[in-house]
Write a protein that binds this ligand. Structure first.
Ligand code: PEP
Ligand code: MN
Length: 270
């Protein structure tokens, strides 16, 4: 693939990125949590529940990229302080989205992995800024992006010196409207041919439907993904964002069990 140098697999070893006590690219990493951090009690309750169910990390947006300026925009610094407390109390590592180049440095103090969302995949100044840090970056695929465009964005980060890039397939926009996006699982296998970077799958944004998260999570395991990021809410009906695609803690726990079983089966196949 043209101009993909640092990210290209070629003869390089596969990248392993350690966050807390899990290794992306080696372990099957499960990240779970609310779309948005809505409050301390809510986030703590979800965090303890997903930890109990076997999640390795918690997710939660403090800065939300919303389609409407009138929709909940996230709690900002307050949300990050909540995530810091959640990390302290549960021992779970934290991933949260950075929207703005001005927030990169100080956000690194509060969280373990910086998420760059689909809408910012090609925000080149943001990519360069996170590339100057050592904090791992979860780079989501843009909703209209080819694999080449996506890997070029990873290349921007690597080229600035940050080797810790984790890719995330989160669905692309097609003519289909039943699902929020079309989860492109062929991308996972293709990415494995093209790059040494780990790749995880987001079946929540990939489908927009809670009922499709379990089957697509299992399919993600079968496709060779290195992990999953899933939205979980203690009371999905009243979630301030993405309520239709959030699992309850109980649903998540059942899903996590099946995911582990399939992963073990897959490992024994190899
Ligand atoms: C999110 O993770 O809540 C999010 C906004 O994801 P994406 O950028 O994939 O839409
Ligand atoms: Mn969301």
């Amino acid at each position: 693939m043209k101009n993909i140098k640092l990210a290209a697999l070629q003869n390089k070893k596969r990248t392993v990125i350690q966050v807390g006590n899990v290794k992306f690219g080696k372990d099957f990493v499960v990240i779970a949590g609310p779309c948005s951090v809505e409050g301390e009690e809510q986030t703590l309750e979800i965090a303890f529940a997903v930890k109990e169910a076997g999640a390795h990390m918690i997710r939660g947006g403090a800065f939300k990229p919303r389609t409407s300026p009138y929709a909940f925009q996230g709690l900002g610094l307050k949300g990050l302080k909540i995530l810091e407390k959640v990390r302290e109390k549960t021992g779970l590592s934290v991933v949260s989205e950075v929207l703005d180049i001005r927030d990169v440095s100080w956000m690194c103090e509060y969280i373990d992995v910086l998420q760059i969302g689909a809408r910012n995949m090609q925000n080149f100044s943001l990519l360069k800024e996170v590339g100057k840090k050592n904090t791992p970056v979860l780079l989501k695929r843009g909703m209209y992006s080819t694999l080449s465009e996506w890997l070029n964005c990873a290349e921007y980060i690597l080229n600035e010196g940050n080797p810790n890039v984790i890719l995330c397939e989160r669905g692309i926009r097609t003519f289909e409207t039943y699902t929020r996006n079309t989860l492109d699982l062929s991308a996972v296998s293709a990415i494995k041919e093209l790059t040494h970077l780990p790749i995880i799958v987001d079946p929540a944004h990939g489908t927009g439907r809670a009922s499709l998260i379990l089957p697509m999570s299992l399919a993600a395991v079968a496709s060779g993904a290195d992990g999953l990021i899933v939205e979980v809410h203690n009371n999905p009906e009243v979630a301030l964002s993405d309520k239709d695609q959030a699992l309850t803690p109980k649903q998540f726990s059942e899903m996590a069990k099946k995911v582990r079983a399939l992963r073990t089966f897959m490992e024994n196949l190899n």
